[in-house]
Design a protein around this ligand. Structure first.
Ligand SMILES: Cc1cc2nc3c(=O)[nH]c(=O)nc-3n(C[C@H](O)[C@H](O)[C@H](O)COP(=O)(O)O)c2cc1C
Length: 274
């Protein structure tokens, strides 16, 4: 267990609240690879979180809105006493629970800003209850006229994953993924092609955010309408003609760290007119 003083602050753009880990987390926690999950207290308030890489072996911990409130962070930099230990049990959610009670503890803004595509996975299996929780996130996405014109095909079969991986270099990570979710749009339910894809895209992003919130990693693999891969998906998954495969989401326990990136681009934002 580590005990240290941390400076809790906002990043330059004022979007993320975090503190830096003042030691080499991989060495200190004997975790040479994979995601580092930690738990402990900040000024006596309990937390569980994962550390995010800043590159160069440095890590930080993002503090979500709920925790900020509990520790009395008001937006001004403050020092806090942090007790931190490696969390060697599975993060919240990997229990035999109803999907409704699976929770992540990560607030939505933090989840959106810290989600990144994960393409390397450990061999650790992902329980069915977590997959159910991901699917549940997908089912809560907005859709045109609330038609919810999708079906999800969960792939766990290793041979199937390997076959899909081998036939699309952009989806090679499927060979190592714990599984995949194929999001299919039902053309009979939503006849407007643009809406069908928009609905499937919204549900795909919801699932990706859910995956991230659960402490897992995932990546969106696109399915081009003219591609052989689309045909392969239709064949292998025996999709009826009404179903259009729109995306394939690879998921698993992350085996890579990525630096947080900043994407605030004021030049892309316009008010009232161009
Ligand atoms: C429509 C769409 C198709 C994508 N297809 C692929 C893909 O085939 N393979 C892949 O590795 N990533 C794919 N991605 C993921 C993007 O490469 C990734 O989201 C992007 O580089 C930004 O990185 P981030 O997700 O870490 O923010 C796709 C994303 C979208 C939205």
């Amino acid at each position: 267990m580590e005990i240290f003083e941390a400076l809790i602050q906002k990043d330059n753009a004022g979007r993320l609240t975090f503190f830096e880990i003042p030691f080499h987390a991989r060495e200190r926690f004997c975790k040479p690879k994979g995601t580092i999950y930690v738990s402990g207290t900040i000024n006596g308030v309990k937390y569980r979180s994962k550390l995010l890489s800043r590159g160069g072996g440095k890590f930080l911990m993002v503090i979500d809105k709920g925790l900020q409130k509990s520790i009395g962070f008001d937006g001004q930099a403050m020092t806090a006493r942090v007790v931190m230990a490696l969390e060697d049990i599975e993060p919240a959610g990997n229990k035999q629970e109803e999907p409704a009670s699976v929770s992540s503890g990560m607030d939505v803004l933090t989840a959106i800003k810290t989600r990144q595509s994960i393409r390397k996975f450990t061999s650790r299996p992902v329980g069915d209850e977590l997959v159910t929780a991901m699917l549940c996130c997908g089912l809560y996405a907005p859709t045109a006229q609330n038609k919810r014109p999708y079906h999800f095909i969960v792939i766990r079969n290793r041979q199937l994953l390997a076959e899909l991986a081998s036939r699309n270099s952009h989806a090679a990570m499927l060979a190592e993924a714990a599984g995949a979710i194929v999001v299919c749009g039902d053309k009979n339910i939503e006849g407007i092609k643009e809406f069908l894809y928009a609905d499937c895209a919204a549900t795909t992003q919801n699932i990706l955010l859910g995956i991230h919130g659960l402490g897992l990693g995932g990546v969106w693999c696109g399915v081009a309408s003219s591609s052989d891969w689309r045909k392969l998906l239709i064949d292998l998954l025996e999709l009826p003609s009404k179903l259009e495969p729109a995306s394939v989401i690879a998921f698993g326990w992350p085996d890579e760290e990525k630096e947080l990136c900043h994407r605030w681009e004021p030049g892309k934002i316009h008010y009232d007119k161009w």
